[in-house]
Design a protein around this ligand. Structure first.
Ligand SMILES: Nc1ncnc2c1ncn2[C@@H]1O[C@H](COP(=O)(O)OP(=O)(O)OP(=O)(O)O)[C@@H](O)[C@H]1O
Ligand SMILES: [Mg+2]
Length: 258
C-alpha cells in the first residue's frame, strides 16, 4: 500500500426517509487492495456499496475517486456521461445474481466483447480473441462462446460475469456477495478463481459478504458493520484473530473453526 488512495469515503450517510441505511462511514482504499465489508443482514452493506459505486446518491458526506490522470474527483460532481464512462471502463460491478450483471439472451462471447466495444474496440477478430482468452481464464470451455448464459449453470454464469467485468482491466471492482447464490462446492471454485485474478491484475476490490471465511480468503482489510455503522475496521487477520468489538467477537465465535 503506497502512494495515494484510489477511493476516499468521508462521513457518508444514506437515509431512506427516517430509516438509516448507513451513517458516519469514512475510509480509504488503495490500488491493489481488497477490502471486505461484513455484517449481518440489514446492517447497511449493500447501501454503502451502492453509494460508493455511484449507483445511489448519498444523503450526506462524499466519495472521491482518483482518475487515471491522478486527479481526485468528487463523484457527486461527475456528469452522468462521465459516471457511465467510469462504470464501463475503470470500474467493475459483480452482482450477487449473475442475471443482474449479464445479458442473458446474447452469447457468452458477446457478453464479454460488449464491454470492449464500450471502450472503443471495433476490430472483430481482436474482440473475439479477447473474449476467447477471458472465457479460458474463468475456465469456461471455448466451445461455449456462442451459447447464451441462459444455458449456463449458476457457477458458469458467475464466472462469465467476472470475465465481462475484468476484460477492460478496471482499476476498482465492487462485488456484492459474489458467491452468495452458489452451492458451497461451486463457491470455493469461484473464490479461488477470483483470488487468482485479483492478485494477477492488481485490482482494488471492495467486496460485500456476510461470510467471514470469504473475507479471510480474499481481503487484506475489512470493516464490520452493524445498524448502518462501521463498528470495527482493520487488517483482516487482526480483526478475525483478535476482534475488539463485542459484536465482532460474537460474529467470529459463531463460525466453526476450519
Ligand atoms: N430501498 C430501500 N428503501 C428503504 N429502506 C431500505 C432500502 N434499501 C435498504 N433499506 C434499509 O436500509 C438498511 C440497510 O439495508 P442494506 O440492504 O444496505 O443491508 P445489507 O447489509 O446489504 O443486508 P443483506 O445482507 O440482507 O443484503 C435496512 O434497514 C434496510 O431495510
Ligand atoms: Mg445486501
Amino acid at each position: 500500500m503506497s502512494g495515494e488512495p484510489i477511493l476516499c469515503v468521508r462521513a457518508l450517510e444514506k437515509r431512506y426517509g427516517a430509516r438509516v441505511g448507513c451513517t458516519d462511514v469514512s475510509f480509504d482504499v488503495w490500488s491493489g487492495e481488497v477490502m471486505a465489508i461484513v455484517g449481518e443482514s440489514g446492517s447497511g452493506k449493500t447501501t454503502l456499496l451502492n453509494c460508493i459505486s455511484g449507483r445511489l446518491p448519498p444523503s450526506s458526506g462524499g466519495v472521491s475517486y482518483r482518475m487515471r490522470d491522478g486527479t481526485l474527483r468528487d463523484l457527486a460532481e461527475l456528469g452522468e456521461a462521465e459516471r457511465r464512462f467510469l462504470m464501463r471502463t475503470d470500474w467493475g460491478f459483480v452482482h450477487q445474481n449473475p442475471i443482474d450483471g449479464l445479458r442473458m439472451r446474447v452469447s457468452a462471447g458477446a457478453n464479454v466483447g460488449e464491454r470492449l466495444m464500450a471502450v472503443g474496440e471495433r476490430h472483430y477478430g481482436r474482440i473475439r480473441g479477447a473474449a476467447t482468452d477471458w472465457l479460458g481464464r474463468v475456465e469456461i470451455d471455448a466451445g461455449r462462446i456462442d451459447d447464451q448464459p441462459v444455458s449456463f449453470s449458476g457457477g458458469m454464469r458467475q464466472r462469465l460475469q467476472i470475465a465481462r467485468n475484468l476484460v477492460t482491466h478496471p482499476r476498482l471492482v465492487f462485488m456484492d456477495e459474489p458467491t452468495g447464490g452458489l452451492d458451497v462446492s461451486v463457491q470455493a471454485r469461484v473464490l479461488d478463481l477470483l483470488r487468482g485474478l485479483v492478485a494477477d491484475l492488481g485490482l482494488a476490490v471492495i467486496i460485500v459478504t456476510h461470510d467471514l471465511a470469504v473475507a479471510r480468503l480474499l481481503s487484506q482489510r475489512m470493516m464490520v458493520m452493524k445498524s448502518g455503522r462501521v463498528i470495527e475496521a482493520g487488517l483482516t487477520d487482526r480483526v478475525l484473530d483478535d476482534p475488539r468489538h463485542a459484536y465482532t467477537q460474537l460474529l467470529v465465535a459463531s463460525i466453526p473453526e476450519s
